[in-house]
Write a protein that binds this ligand. Sequence first.
Ligand SMILES: *Cc1c(COP(=O)(O)O)cnc(C)c1O
Length: 468
Amino acid sequence: MTIRYVSTRGGGAPCSFQEALFAGLAPDGGLYVPARWPRFARDDLAALQGEPYQEVATRVLAPFVEGDLSEGELRELIGRAYAGFDHVAIAPLRQLGANDWLLELFHGPTLAFKDIALQLLGLLFEHFLARGERAITIVGATSGDTGSAAIEACAGRARMAIVILHPHGRISEVQRRQMTTVAAQNVHNVAIEGTFDDCQALLKAMFADTGFRNRLRLAAINSINWGRIMAQAAYYVAAALALGGPWRRVAFAVPTGNFGDVYAGYVAHKIGLPIAQLIVATNRNDILARFFASGVYRAGEVAPTMSPSMDIQVASNFERLLYDLCGGDGAEVARLLAGFAARKSLEVSAEALGQARELFDAARVDEAETASTMAEVLAATGKLVDPHTAVGIRAGRACRLDRRDPLITLATAHPAKFPDAVHQATGMRPALPTRLADLYERPERCSVLPNDLGAVQRHIQDLVMEIA
Ligand SMILES: *Cc1c(COP(=O)(O)O)cnc(C)c1O
C-alpha cells in the first residue's frame, strides 16, 4: 500500500511523496513524516548483504516513493546520483580500532555527506518536472556546506534554476569557490552584505511572499525536506549489513546540527534495522545533548566553533522525533512548539524522555576535546579527520555502552574542507582531492547585493526571466 505523508503538526490532508518533496514544509508549518512505516523483516535485510550500495538504497527507499516512482525508475536515478562519487563503495567503512569504525560519507562532489542526499534530490526534482510541470526556482541560504552540495545537485538540470545566498566575506574561501566556480547557466550565487541570519531572514521572507513564491514556483532544498532524510537512511542500513547486521546490533555516533542525519538513523531503526545506540554528538552548541539529559529543549546563543555546520541552536528535524514522542499527536506537537516559539523552551514528559533514551544517547564535545581527538586519531591510525567527524568520534567513545557492538562513527566531511582547523590540531595540512585540485584557478561568478528584500527579489526575478 502506498505511503502517504502527514504533517508533524496534524494539519492539512495527507499527500504523496512527490507533493511532500516539492512542498518541503507542510502548509501548517510542520514537517512531513510517513503516515505509516514500512517494515523490513530480518530475512529481507539479510538478503541485501553483499549487494552494492546502490542496490541497498533502492530497496530501502522503494516503499517510501511507491506510487510516484517504480522500483526500476528509482534504481536508475540512484545509479546516476552516485555515478560521480570517487569511491566505488559510495560510503566505505574504515577501521579505526578494535570494533571501532568510520563511515566515510564525503566521497561526493563537494566532500560532505550532504551530497549523498542532494545528488539524488536533484535527479528526483528533474524526473518529476519532466512530466510537464512548470519550471521551479530553488532558493537556499548557506553558511557553508549546504549551498555547494545543492548547487552541484542542480547544476545543468532542466526546468530548474538555483539561487544560493551566502553572507558576503563570511564563509571560507574553499566553501565560496565550491559554489562560485560552477559554470552551469542555471546556477546563481548571491553574496549578501550581512550575516547568515540575514540570509535566512531574506529566504523566509521570500517564501512568505505568496505572490513571489507562486510566480517563481519557489522550492526549498534544506534538510527539512523528507527526500533528504529518506536518502540518508540507506547508509545506516548498508553499514550495518557490512558489519554483521541484521543478525548483530550496531551503534552509530553522529555529528549533529539540525538533527537530520541522526534522524535518518532513527528511520533505519523504524523500518526494522537492529540498532544498539544512536549517539547524538554535539559541539558546544549543545541544545540536543541537554535535551537528552533532562527532557528540556531550550535554545541558547549560537557560539562559533571549528565545526561550523553544527553551530545550531534550534534543530529543525527534532520536530520529527517529538512527533513520535507525542504518540503521533500533531496538536500536541503544535502546542509544544508554540510554547517554544514564545519562551525558547519546551519540556517532554518523563515517559517520553525515557522512550527517547532507549535508543538515543548524547554528548557535548568542546573545542579542546575536538582538537585533541584529531591529534589522537592521527597518532593511532595515521588518518586525518575533519573537526565534525572528531566530535562524533569523541562522543561515541564517551557514550558507548557495549564494546561487543560495532561502533560506527559517521565521517561527515573530508578533512580538506576544514584545512585550518585540521592543521592547527595536527600540524598537517590535508590536500584537496584530485577532483578539486584546480579549485583556486577556476573563474568565479557571484553577485553582491545589499541586505534588502526588494533588491534581492528583483535580482532573482530578472535571473529567472532570462532562463524562461
Ligand atoms: C550538515 C553537517 C552536519 C550536521 O548534520 P545535520 O543533519 O544538520 O545534523 C555535520 N557535519 C557536517 C560536515 C555537515 O555538513
